[in-house]
Design a protein around this ligand. Structure first.
Ligand code: AHG
Ligand code: MN
Ligand code: MN
Length: 354
């Protein structure tokens, strides 16, 4: 008969419950150095932001003033939802008096937000998309938050944040929070990709998936096909190809974090190509595509603009956008092959016309 008394610590569920996010970061770095402590504390604060946002979302249909629009338009030209604003503020609040983050830059703010009291010692900048998939908020479907941490370089005395206009390989950490049936936090600090699930009874994120690897190839293509006639011919060629071949299936939720999460675990590709009106596409490099590119590379996948790796792309301004093709290596390469083929044809035609 099993003995409930367990003096030798054989209770596996206890071990499981102890794998918290801050402990995991320290384990990954295999160090208690000041830098490791900083990263652990940073991730802990991000987890607190995630819990606050998750709590508010879970009550959103019951409490006044949570759902709907604020009536304002953000720097991206998009209508702001109340939850966008709340979540933006949550990240600022959790990093006040952290002594860690001097500057936050978000999709919802025109300029970086400084926490001057942190700046003498705070060497980090948090870049974030407070709510990703805002159109899903009012209908209780999955949404997310995306974050990225970079080292602040220089004192930024002219407030230009020019040190942020560097490629994605400068990221120290990146990840996202998925507010779905359960709340999950997925992160990388360059030592693989790890997922934590919020245990509401503990109020803690507990390690649920370690060293996630994305399949080399997957069946899903995830794209807004409503833009079909707005794309370049090469992307239309790719879509025609998947329509005509067996083994592909479409999934698109309207929230990048949700679509990306599916692909990370099950393989496939997410695309947001440029359109005629917006050749650079819709998604923002510093807050959306670069953090997810860091994750997918760490998981063994790829992220491309169509012409270069997302992690090599340098933004020309804070809110710069890039086309994105992200997911399983083979799926990304297939999309790129259609882009390369059209380019080759165009070059041939140009030569013949001379
Ligand atoms: P956000 O809500 O942060 O503005 O991002 C919305 C993004 C992304 O989550 C999603 O994949 C995409 O916009 C959907 O755009 P379309 O409606 O144009 O497909
Ligand atoms: Mn977004
Ligand atoms: Mn957003």
């Amino acid at each position: 008969m099993a003995d409930a008394y367990d003096p030798l610590g054989q209770d596996k569920s206890l071990d499981r419950d102890c794998k918290t996010l801050s402990r995991h970061v320290l384990e990954q770095l295999n160090s208690f150095s000041p830098d490791a402590q900083d990263l652990s504390a940073l991730m802990n604060r991000i987890a607190l932001a995630a819990k606050l946002i998750s709590r508010r979302l879970s009550q959103s249909g019951l409490v006044e003033g949570v759902l709907g629009f604020t009536g304002d338009v953000n720097v991206q030209g998009e209508e702001v939802k109340r939850m966008d604003l709340y979540a933006n503020q949550v990240f600022i609040s959790v990093f006040k008096q952290s002594g860690l983050v001097c500057r936050l830059a978000s999709e919802e703010m025109e300029k970086p937000y400084y926490i001057p009291e942190n700046c003498p010692i705070g060497r980090y900048t948090l870049l974030y998309d407070p709510i990703d998939g805002s159109s899903n908020i009012d209908i209780n479907l999955n949404i997310g938050s995306i974050f990225s941490i970079r080292q602040q370089e220089g004192m930024d005395e002219d407030n230009s944040a020019s040190d942020l206009l560097q490629n994605g390989r400068k990221q120290i950490a990146a990840g996202y929070i998925l507010y779905g049936p359960s709340t999950m936090l997925v992160y990388t600090i360059g030592t693989g990709v790890h997922a934590f699930t919020l245990d509401p009874s503990l109020g803690e994120f507990i390690l649920s998936h370690e060293n996630i690897t994305v399949p080399e190839i997957g069946p899903v293509y995830s794209v807004n096909e409503g833009n079909f006639w707005q794309w370049s011919e090469s992307i239309r060629d790719y879509i025609r190809y998947v329509h005509r071949h067996e083994g592909y299936t479409a999934r698109y939720s309207g929230a990048l974090v949700g679509d990306f999460h599916r692909i990370l675990f099950q393989g496939g590709v997410f695309l947001y190509p440029g359109t005629i009106k917006k050749p650079e596409g819709k998604l923002r490099l510093l807050y959306e595509t670069a953090p997810l590119a860091f994750l997918i590379e760490q998981a063994g996948g790829r992220a491309s603009t169509g012409t270069e790796e997302i992690l090599d792309a340098v933004p020309e301004k804070l809110h710069a956008r890039t086309p994105v093709i992200i997911g399983s290596k083979e799926n990304v390469a297939l999309v790129e092959s259609f882009i390369a083929e059209r380019k080759r044809q165009e070059a041939e035609e140009a030569l013949a016309a001379k």
